[in-house]
Design a protein around this ligand. Structure first.
Ligand SMILES: Nc1ncnc2c1ncn2[C@@H]1O[C@H](COP(=O)(O)OP(=O)(O)OP(=O)(O)O)[C@@H](O)[C@H]1O
Ligand SMILES: [Mg+2]
Length: 235
């Protein structure tokens, strides 16, 4: 469904990515893990059209999106839930969701229907629909960021460090949401620095280190891999 081939991204003189190749098949959860600054967010930004690759090729559902605009990538059904949530703090929960729906295709389902579905997924958001998003807890803000992404009814969603800064119990809830979404047919790219949850959920995973893929395998294999355990599982 998504293919990244030999991707390179530079920020001025900084080479953030060199020769990154990965693929995500329809129906999979694929994890992209790696330490601080490894290039995880940069990989996703290149996929979403938010940074311009210096080299390489990205295709989504068979179409070349290497130099596509972010707007077009979203319209094709690729939702991006950014690191740090990036919700609109001074807007209500409902308005955040409406803004999420703004870029959905012309034939998209009615906003009210999509919003009702998100309030079913995360009842707390329904209870707080009129509340300013900036006053939500960290976990609720993450739920809102995910729901906002889902308002385009995407076949593919990429989540950039959804567990960052959240308590273990909240992370478990997010993990359940991700698994349920996948079981309902959504293909998922899950980016995490804390690899335990991601590897437990993922069918396959890639390990990124200083801008390069250094390991790949099934989630299970990488969970058991000694180097991964040492570097990313705190063991
Ligand atoms: N706008 C930018 N300008 C210059 N360098 C950048 C910029 N954004 C990222 N970088 C650099 O590119 C490299 C990859 O950063 P990136 O944010 O993709 O890493 P990451 O794996 O997402 O890290 P983290 O887990 O901390 O989010 C880092 O060395 C970072 O300092
Ligand atoms: Mg990042």
């Amino acid at each position: 469904m998504l293919e990244v081939t030999d991707l390179a991204v530079n920020y001025g003189h900084v080479q953030a990515l060199q020769g990154v190749t990965l693929e995500i098949r329809q129906g999979e959860i694929v994890a992209l893990i790696g330490a601080n600054g490894a290039g995880k967010t940069t990989t996703l930004m290149a996929i979403s059209g938010l940074v311009r690759p210096a080299a390489g090729r990205i295709t989504f559902k068979g179409a070349d999106i290497t130099r596509a605009e972010p707007y077009d990538v979203v319209r094709m059904g690729l939702a991006h839930v950014p690191q740090g949530r990036q919700i609109f703090a001074d807007q209500t929960v409902e308005d955040n969701l409406r803004l999420g729906a703004y870029t959905r295709g012309r034939n998209g389902r009615p906003v009210e229907q999509l919003m009702a579905r998100e309030f079913e997924r995360f009842p707390i958001l329904g209870q707080r629909r009129g509340q300013l998003a900036g006053t939500l807890s960290g976990g609720e803000q993450q739920m809102l960021a995910i729901s906002r992404g889902l308002m385009i009814d995407p076949p593919f969603i990429a989540l950039d460090e959804p567990s960052l800064g959240l308590a273990p119990l909240i992370v478990q809830g997010i993990a359940r949401t991700i698994r349920a979404l996948n079981q309902a047919g959504t293909t998922i790219l899950l980016i995490e620095q804390m690899a335990t949850m991601a590897l437990a959920l993922a069918h396959r995973a890639y390990v990124l280190q200083t801008g390069q893929v250094v390991l790949e395998g099934t989630g299970k294999d990488l969970l058991a891999h000694p180097e991964v355990a040492k570097a990313y599982l705190g063991g």
